[in-house]
Ligand binder design. Sequence first.
Ligand SMILES: CC(C)(COP(=O)(O)OP(=O)(O)OC[C@H]1O[C@@H](n2cnc3c(N)ncnc32)[C@H](O)[C@@H]1OP(=O)(O)O)[C@@H](O)C(=O)NCCC(=O)NCCS
Length: 142
Amino acid sequence: MHKLEDVHIENLKLEYVPQVIELLQEISIFTPKTKDKELFKQFISQSNVTSVVANDGNKVLGFGAMVTYTNLRGGKIGFIEDIVTHPGFRKIGIGYRVLDSLRKTAIFLGCYKISLFCKDENIEFYKKCGFNLNGNEMKLVL
Ligand SMILES: CC(C)(COP(=O)(O)OP(=O)(O)OC[C@H]1O[C@@H](n2cnc3c(N)ncnc32)[C@H](O)[C@@H]1OP(=O)(O)O)[C@@H](O)C(=O)NCCC(=O)NCCS
């Protein structure tokens, strides 16, 4: 049994990418064709992207990413994507810790709000993490 105290949050490193890609299958089934490290390095090096993992020292148990940008009127916003916890380690607080870490980064970077899209089944989780429902998601797949 894993305890939350055994889990720490750290920035994504290249060596964690295969485990994170595996975890992301929980959100959508897609494995990049390439195992090209340059692609992963590019992702990690984006200065407006923060990506973190929850790690128990042996294994990646959670992941989350946030992109930040400053809008035309000068407001800085964080957009959160791809929050996921390993299926065997849910409901022990890992998702909360990942989100909380991104929230603290957003505050540190001067964001005035964080937004995200989610499925109905995750609304309660995000509410417990302090988010409120606001509008509807619209999507155009290109
Ligand atoms: C959604 C998800 C990230 C939650 O991760 P988690 O590590 O289990 O969440 P936590 O343990 O930190 O939960 C925090 C709180 O939310 C609650 N919670 C978690 N998932 C919930 C759910 N689906 N419905 C209702 N409450 C939920 C927990 O019980 C906990 O409540 P508490 O503070 O009263 O104890 C995880 O279920 C997951 O990876 N799902 C599949 C991927 C996915 O859909 N990601 C979201 C993309 S938008």
